[in-house]
Design a binder for this molecule. Structure first.
Ligand code: ATP
Ligand code: MG
Length: 180
């Protein structure tokens, strides 16, 4: 599984629709301070199901919608689509390409789609659970997170290893079964 493309419109500083193609190898995003580099990783975490506005560096979820600039009016919604190559079937879906989309309106309404079909947030979170790319996964390490991991309690740190080892899915199913 690898990232193929990221399409963003209305998310934070991206008023214009942008499309990033990821080619094989390492992709580096460079630019001056405040130019939107971190907003790109924020958009990936958001489409994967991030629910905490604070962790997206805002106060409320509406803060992720383009707020306007000197030359542009604010937008009414934000939309992010992440397209992944799934030829190795590491995501449990019978498609060679999987796209996930999240949209949020100022009214607070949200939409989630997998391969352009409406779904629930939970479906997206479940899809990526144990894939190594979930919203809590080890594959996205933000500024400050390294220190947080080093300073965390052993039990908290264990969760990170469990996600990496792919056992979190079974734990969560066990918990669900026990609560029935
Ligand atoms: P640094 O090098 O300092 O880490 P960066 O390239 O990572 O910078 P970001 O943090 O991604 O920069 O982008 C910050 C910019 O995004 C700021 O200019 C901020 O005004 C803008 N921004 C954030 N949220 C919104 C929003 N809702 N609407 C418009 N602009 C926004
Ligand atoms: Mg940054």
């Amino acid at each position: 599984m690898f990232l193929k493309r990221l399409d963003v419109v209305g998310f934070k500083s991206f008023a214009e629709r942008i499309s990033v193609e990821f080619v094989p190898g390492v992709t580096a995003v460079v630019g001056p301070n405040g130019s939107g580099k971190s907003n790109i990783t924020d958009s990936i975490r958001w489409v994967l199901g991030e629910q905490s506005a604070r962790s997206l560096r805002g106060a409320k979820m509406e803060d992720i919608i383009f707020a306007g600039s000197d030359s542009r009016k604010p937008l009414n919604f934000a939309e992010v689509t992440l397209t992944l190559d799934n030829e190795d079937q590491s995501l449990p879906l019978d498609y060679n390409e999987v796209s996930v989309t999240r949209r949020v309106y100022r009214s607070g309404d949200s939409e989630y789609l997998i391969n352009k079909q409406n779904c629930r947030l939970k479906d997206i979170v479940d899809l990526f659970m144990d894939s190594g790319l979930g919203r809590e996964a080890f594959s996205i390490i933000s500024q400050g997170r390294v220190e947080e991991i080093l300073n965390s309690k052993p039990e908290e740190r264990r969760t990170i290893f469990e996600e990496a080892a792919g056992v979190l899915k079974y734990k969560s199913r066990k918990k669900k079964a026990e609560s029935k």
